[in-house]
Structures are given as C-alpha cells and as structure tokens.
Design a protein around this ligand. Structure first.
Ligand code: CP
Ligand code: NVA
Length: 309
C-alpha cells in the first residue's frame, strides 16, 4: 500500500511518532547548520519531487524545496495556473501522467477532493501541502516544536483561539493521534467541523468548546491561533470575520491567564495586531519561528516515510 500523507488521522500513531523521531534525528545530524548544505545522508538521491501550488506559499514552498535538496533529490515547482490541472484535463489523468515522471507529489490546493483524487490515481505518494480543510504538515512541525521546548505533548492542554479553520482541523487530528487535549475558543459560527471533533473524542482526547477565551486558556500549556481570513475565504467576509473574532485576539492579557510557561504558536503568515499582537508574537513564550524552521525537518521526515527511504 502506498504511503500517502493526506491527513494526520489517516496515518498510524506509531508512524507519526517515527516521523517526529526521524525529524529530530535529521535536525540534530545537521549539527547546528541551519541553512544550505546537503545532509551527510542522501536518501533522496536520484528522486524527483513535484511541488504543486494552486495557492500562494512562502514556508511550504521553500521548506519542501530545500528539504528535498538537502537529502540529495531534485524538485520541480509547478504552479496550478500554469498546468492543465482542472482546466479540461481531469485530476486523475494529471496524476497518471505525473506518476510517469516523478517519484513524489506534494500539492497545495483548494478543494480536498483534488488531493484525494490525485492520491487515488497516482502511482507515487502524494503529500497534502494544505487544502481548504486541513494542513497536516504544519501540525507535525508544531508537535516537533512543542516537544523540543517542553517534552512529550501527550496529556498536555492545547487551546485554539479564533477561527476553527484548516489548521485547527489538523490540530484536532493530532490531539487524537498524539493524545493531547484541545479546547477551542471562538464564535459558534466558526466552530471546527463536528466530524473532526468526533474523531478526536473517539480517539480518547478531551475536546472542549468554551466561548469565553479567558476561561478557555486557564491551565493551557500551548495557545495557538491563525489568520482571521484564510486563503479560501472570500475577501467579502473579511469585515464580518474581524467582528466575530476580535475578542479572540491572542494578546498579553490573554496569555497571562494561561500557565506561566505556556508556549504560543502561529503557523504564519500572521497579521500582526489582528489575531495576535506583536508583544505575544515576539514575546518570550512565542516559538513561531521555530515552527517555521521545523517545517523543513518535519517534511523531510514525512517525505522519507512516504518513499520508505
Ligand atoms: N504556514 C504555512 O503553510 O505557510 P505558507 O502559506 O507560507 O506555506
Ligand atoms: N488558514 C490559513 C493557513 C495558511 C498557512 C489559510 O488557509 O490561508
């Protein structure tokens, strides 16, 4: 069976743990080198990876590209608008064609159905680089980041403040698979999907919804937020979303109600002074740039798991 990396809840907890361990090991093996230079081990030598973007990206694009090169492979960056994807040619046919050229496909797209169809018809592994619905690579990096700073995430309390969006969805999936609790605080109109709350609860996680952000963050080990308007949200909803979400801003006052050593995360890009203040983003408990760096290490481990190398 093909090792696609489509969502955190679709990957076995033991495999996820292996990915985190491998990411830590590869990061450590680079011995303080943050940038450039190939790794001593070259597991992707001779491999070609297609990186498809139907939406903008800074972190995902650069970290996948650099990660493949550090491991000795080569990449091909493809933008959705320049491909036949969905413009007459079916996703299935595109998947079959790409499988004749490349060894691995990473895709960032809008509707999840594009990712699913790609994975069903590709003869090579497919990685989810974000859809309207989920963002699994981000949360693997976030679990890695949490554990580097604070040790095992199992049993910890994570609070998501704001929009119950794609990044929040993958946090819920991770709660179930890694065994942490998650409290969502935000307006009812922007609650996470019931299906995903159910998955995490069935896996044994304590998932709470608390409308009062100050009550929600009590006892939090980690506070997370994300942009109030995602790439898949129409700009015409911007004002409505800002009005709904304003009271869920992560600022120093809110953080002061969490545990004193609570970490702060944001997947970036951030809109400073909107979903989070710069005082928090640049404050002592913020690990937002470690998260960004760890995208690289986490995705290298994900690609190796996909390819079995
Ligand atoms: N966090 C994240 O996925 O960032 P990009 O949109 O820049 O890739
Ligand atoms: N929720 C955001 C995440 C960006 C990395 C979006 O989908 O635009």
């Amino acid at each position: 069976d093909m090792n696609h990396f489509l969502d955190i809840y679709k990957t076995d907890p033991s495999d996820l743990r292996g990915i985190i361990d491998n990411a830590k090991a590869m990061k450590g093996a680079r011995a303080g080198r943050t940038r450039g230079a190939q790794d001593d081990e070259q597991p992707l030598a001779g491999h070609m990876v297609a990186l498809i973007f139907e939406k903008p990206s800074t972190r995902t694009r650069v970290s996948f590209d650099v990660g493949v090169r550090q491991m000795g492979g080569q990449t091909m960056l493809l933008s959705g608008t320049e491909m036949q994807l969905g413009h007459g040619e079916t996703i299935a046919d595109t998947a079959r064609v790409l499988s004749r050229y490349v060894d691995l496909i990473m895709i960032r797209t809008f509707d999840e159905s594009v990712l699913i169809e790609m994975s069903e018809y590709a003869d090579v592994p497919v990685i989810n680089g974000l859809t309207d619905r989920t963002h699994p690579c981000q949360i693997i990096a976030d679990v890695l980041t949490y554990e580097e700073h604070r040790g095992p995430i199992k049993g910890k309390k994570v609070v998501w403040s704001g929009d119950g969006n794609n990044v929040c969805a993958s946090f819920l999936h991770a709660a179930g698979q890694f065994g942490f609790d998650l409290t969502f605080t935000g307006p009812a109109q922007l609650d996470p999907e019931d299906e995903f709350i159910g998955l995490a609860r069935n896996a044994g996680s304590n998932i709470r919804i608390e409308r009062d952000p100050f009550k929600a963050v009590e006892g939090a080990d980690l506070v997370v937020t994300d942009t109030w308007v995602s790439m898949h949200d129409s700009q015409s909803t911007k004002e409505r979303r800002h009005n709904l979400l304003r009271s869920y801003q992560v600022n120093e006052e809110l953080m002061s109600h969490a545990k004193p050593d609570a970490l702060f995360m944001h997947c970036l890009p951030a809109h400073r002074e909107e979903e989070a203040t710069s005082a928090v983003m640049d404050g002592p408990n913020s690990v937002v740039f470690d998260e960004a760096e760890n995208r690289l290490h986490a995705q290298k481990a994900i690609m190796r798991w996909c390819l079995g190398v």
